[in-house]
Design a binder for this molecule. Sequence first.
Ligand code: HEM
Ligand SMILES: *[C@@H]1O[C@H](CO)[C@@H](O)[C@H](O)[C@H]1NC(C)=O
Ligand SMILES: *[C@@H]1O[C@H](CO)[C@@H](O)[C@H](O)[C@H]1NC(C)=O
Ligand SMILES: *[C@@H]1O[C@H](CO)[C@@H](O)[C@H](O)[C@H]1NC(C)=O
Length: 490
Amino acid sequence: MEPVTVLVLSLSCLLLLSLWRQSSERSKLPPGPTPLPIIGNFLQIDAKNISQSLTNFSKVYGPVFTLYLGRKPTVVLHGYEAVKEALIDHGEEFAGRGRLPVVEKVTKGLGIAFSNGSRWKEIRHFSLMTLRNLGMGKRTIEDRVQEEAQCLVEELRKTNGSPCDPTFILSCAPCNVICSILFQNRFDYKDQDFLNLIEKMEEIDKILSSPWLQVCNNFPSLIDYCPGSHQIILKNVNYIRSYIVEKIKEHQESLNIANPRDFIDYYLIKQEQEIHNQQSEFTFEHLAITANNLLAAGTETTSTTLRYALLLLLKHPHVTAKVQEEIDRVVGRHRSPCMKDRSHMPYTDAVIHEVQRFIDILPNSLPHEVICDIKFRNYLIPKGTTVITSLSSVLHDSKEFPNPEAFDPGHFLDKNGDFKKSDYFMPFSAGKRICVGEGLARMELFLFLTTILQNFKLKSLVHTKDINITPVANGLASLPPPYKICFIPV
Ligand code: HEM
Ligand SMILES: *[C@@H]1O[C@H](CO)[C@@H](O)[C@H](O)[C@H]1NC(C)=O
Ligand SMILES: *[C@@H]1O[C@H](CO)[C@@H](O)[C@H](O)[C@H]1NC(C)=O
Ligand SMILES: *[C@@H]1O[C@H](CO)[C@@H](O)[C@H](O)[C@H]1NC(C)=O
């Protein structure tokens, strides 16, 4: 045979082989739209409305389908059954964290939110235990949140009932709660260190939610060409990190093992106990990144929920009136609301659940990854495949929540007006990766909102029917549109 013929024949064989391998790989994965070479299904996804795009795909391909974001397959789980089956029934296999290259550069696989395997398990377990211990100590987490709620009210009082954009003040309060848990003390809302921390975090969040970042995450090789932004992330993270490092050093000097004051103290004690373990996960660097994770995960999510809650309360004055009536009846005017009150306030509890359901703040959660090959509903999902769980599809299920597009606290009330739990309430996700701060966040939402409504009437500048509550399209999180509000002291 001619050498050229041999070459052509063997090249064709190789090509066929690779096509065959690709399609046989695909044939075991869940169905989905045909990907284009290199860019995959990118052009078929509306970057401004990712949730809606996923819903549209699920109508064609069912509740479990495959998308190619770039060359790698991503399995999407849509609807309660599929999400629950993965996160709860196969919790262990689906507990990996999907790759986010932009974040990886910064966290290097450390911390809670973007780590994996036994390292993730240990630090997550430690963090949950520590939050629990701090919840029961001499100065409980509830004390800290109540103190912050009073400071928040004082700060809102300073607006003198004039129209304001509540974004900044509502970021300070949740940030301060985490600071108090990590560093023992809250900050004054005018403290320059505090303002710097918040500013750097806001800048990071802005970049993290921009559409180009989604592109960079799916084409990691582009990261180094992406315009400046991830350098800004690195710079800001390093700023926050150096602040935390300074605080850790102060803690090392003042540590009293018999009397841990905060998260850092508990960590330093744990580190001391593991001093002879060469493989210990409890390193200095790991604490810095874990503290950073808690600050980042705990501030913006909670403050956005508070800001959206106030907008919805402006839009629905009759709901607000009923909450205020319940506060008056159960708490009165002369003491601060506390967590014990919640079980006597079914309407308020239902309103807060409905806020979280309705706003659907992280429509697609954070990406997961399967940690081993797994057979799921007769498909084979190979180890390392990214998995997206549509929390949005669970929170908007019309069987569980009649008229899911409407804001209706009745979704969480029974016929007698008692609070009604729902397994479909998943704004914090579910299973092994469920939000570490769920308990804390729900405490903050309850105490901050009831304390605000105990002290102020909310007033809008525009007529209720003109209040816009449509979320601003966004990469990772759903944000409320900007608005102004007046806090009129009662
Ligand atoms: C309304 C407020 C909040 C919402 C809606 C929220 C929601 C979520 C969601 C959906 C996830 C992803 C879970 C998954 O991967 O399946 C998550 C993870 C996480 N959240 Fe939250 N969160 C909130 C507040 C907080 C607070 C206050 C903290 C601080 C203690 C926190 C710390 C974390 C951490 C550390 C993770 C990563 C957990 C892991 O990967 O194992 N969150 N959160
Ligand atoms: C989803 O499908 C509807 C109806 O087919 C279409 O009007 C809409 O533009 C689609 N949305 C997205 C984001 O793909
Ligand atoms: C999780 O671990 C696997 C290998 O064990 C690795 O390929 C993957 O990148 C890790 N994910 C993250 C987010 O570190
Ligand atoms: C997404 O699309 C749905 C239906 O097409 C629409 O109701 C919703 O407002 C859109 N969301 C955004 C953020 O554009």
